[in-house]
Design a protein around this ligand. Structure first.
Ligand code: DGY
Length: 326
């Protein structure tokens, strides 16, 4: 008998076809958004689940789904997993690293440029029919080339953004991370290590790429924003909750910083109402990895993890491999 799995959200049809070769699949191609109770109900008797970053795998869910052996996230981030609880319950978690690195770095850089050069704000102005003349300072933004690019969180995506800035745009790239990169990696991405305070004070454009953890909650709040340059822009492509969105809206209104670009939000898909009414923020709906080839590669890797583990006994990108060796 084939193992039974749940694909918790809509996914590429070809990935479902692949999964159906190995599993008895319950799919959700209507993309219904299930409550925790509904997810638990759907998971009864399933050995595996294909999740996106939106489905919370909690201790309560694990206790209610004793057949579950693997949760395969179609995302590099996995803050929707209670990984400690999964490990304690003997449930493997997997994510999709690497396949989205360059695409997400492209987007981070694009959002930084759009923010610095006021692209969304000026487009709204044009669409509103307000453009009636050229003016010397109309939507004059901040320089990108030659400016200082700060990166908080220097994993694979951060390094990709650093390379784009240093070698594509002649930027002075500085970063802060829990641990400093080795000298060869720093040279390969053209970045220098600085303290968090230096990063806040010196960056013309500060891009956040650190993973979410309880320690990273509101790592950028009113105090940190107050240390930034009034001409600086802030870009968050990491996770909602890393920035205190209410404090950011106030900082944008008061001119504490010049602009922000946000792809992720606290409590998304809800967006803090004050952010919707400030003009100097570019808002996008969590699409940093969204190109068809990359999303396909992410879905394929999540499927490979399910097949690898449930069929062949070895996942490709496990997060808590100790579950398997236990
Ligand atoms: C990730 O991979 O973590 C992204 O945020 C989901 O698109």
């Amino acid at each position: 008998m084939k193992p039974r799995i749940l694909v918790a959200r809509a996914v590429f049809p070809q990935v479902l076809t692949l999964l159906a070769q190995h599993f008895d699949v319950t799919a959700n191609q209507d993309d219904a958004l299930w409550s925790s109770a509904e997810l638990i109900q759907q998971l009864q008797g399933k050995q595996g689940v294909f999740t996106t970053g939106s489905e919370r795998i909690s201790q309560e869910l694990l206790a209610a789904c004793p057949d579950l052996k693997i949760c395969a996230n179609m995302a590099v981030g996995f803050n929707n997993f209670d990984l400690d609880a999964m490990t304690a319950a003997g449930v493997l978690g997997t994510n999709t690293p690497d396949v989205l690195t360059e695409t997400t770095a492209d987007f981070g850089f694009a959002l930084m440029m759009a923010t610095a050069r006021r692209m969304a704000e000026s487009e709204h102005f044009l669409r509103a029919g307000l453009w009636n003349r050229w003016r010397y300072d109309m939507f004059a933004g901040a320089e990108v080339h030659g400016s200082t690019l700060g990166i908080l969180g220097m994993g694979r995506i951060g390094q990709g953004i650093a390379r784009r800035g240093a070698f594509g745009f002649g930027m002075n790239v500085i970063y802060h991370n829990r641990s400093r990169l080795d000298a060869a990696t720093e040279a390969a991405c053209g970045a220098s290590y600085v303290s968090k305070q230096d990063l806040l004070q010196r960056s013309d454009h500060l891009v956040l790429v650190l993973p979410y953890s309880p320690e990273a909650h509101h790592v950028i709040g009113a105090t940190e924003l107050a240390q930034m340059k009034p001409t600086a822009s802030l870009v968050n492509i990491a996770r909602g909750g890393i920035v205190d969105d209410a404090a950011l809206a106030i900082a944008l209104k008061q001119g504490t910083i010049a602009a922000a670009g946000l792809d992720v939000f606290e409590g998304e898909p809800k967006v803090h109402p004050d952010l919707l009414s400030v003009p100097n923020v570019v808002l996008t709906p969590h699409i940093a990895s969204a190109t068809i080839p990359t999303r396909l590669a992410m879905a394929q890797l999540a499927a490979d993890n399910l097949i690898g583990f449930l069929v062949h006994g070895k996942a490709v990108t496990p997060l808590n491999p100790q579950v398997v060796s236990a």
